[in-house]
Design a protein around this ligand. Sequence first.
Ligand code: TRP
Length: 329
Amino acid sequence: MESKKRILTGDRTTGKLHLGHYVGSLKSRVELQDSYDEFILLADVQALTTHFNNPELINSSIYDVAMDNLSVGLDPNKITLVQQSQVGSIAELTIFYSMLVTVNQLRHNPTIKTEAKNYGYEDMTYGFLGYPVSQTADITFCNADLVPVGEDQVPHIELARKIVRKFNDLYGTSIVEPQVKLSQVGRLSGLDGNAKMGKSMGNAIYLSDSAEVVWDRVRNAVTDPARITVKIPGHPEICNVYKYHCVFNADEAPNIHEMCSNAQIGCVACKKKLNEALNNLLDPIRERRAYYESHRNEVRDLIISGTRKANVIGDANLDAIKEKMHVTI
Ligand code: TRP
């Protein structure tokens, strides 16, 4: 039997995951879990790059992020959960890779620039500036072939490919050059009209949010501002709620477009439809989450055994790499 290709992807453990994460990566993780050997990284070291002053949050988020991944339908018998900080080979590879990356390369990375601006960093830490290097180690310690991510992560995968090529050329190693698998849906904007759904923006709908919270977000969503009464035809192309229909209620979206443009449906009715679609998605997720919340030891065991498996693979790969690099005695 031909062995499956490997996926590695992951999340920073800085809080619970939201719908933006779902459309950006979690959905593809579920779709690909049968055809790939899938590793999900709980990126608690990368979390430190922005949340170094809140280690308690990072630690408790390890469980939240693991449960979010399991709740969307990732099967613990198929996927491997890995706690980044407990995989020594990732840290060692990061150091080796860092010799092949210039500071300017990192400073010009568009995602680093945007994030630094959002976090208000005037002078970035070495760890933050260099997290794409550490992410390259995340992806390659297990020779992952494919990385399903949202578009903001593309510069990082491009850098990873560059580093791997250079490294293999220099040392004669055969580290796998990873490929990106971009989600079909672009960035999910916030229902409040913000360009991005984000933890820090206060506009996120979390996978673990109750129906009440979801309706609160949807009810308060900003729609077409020109549509003061139901009788005025709407402009779905500029409406956040319509954008969400396209993503979460795709079958009904053309019909909603038509009705809104002809003033046949009001914003409240339209929001109720979206609310229903979101709950159809979230209900089974909530149900699985309730199970894992009451079986935290099971989650812990999955993380520990997955991390152990990752270490066996990572250590073997690292040994071979060090041999080629003449980092031996
Ligand atoms: N940087 C990713 C994010 O913010 C999380 C991440 C860490 C990741 N390591 C990774 C993603 C490796 C893909 C592969 O969402």
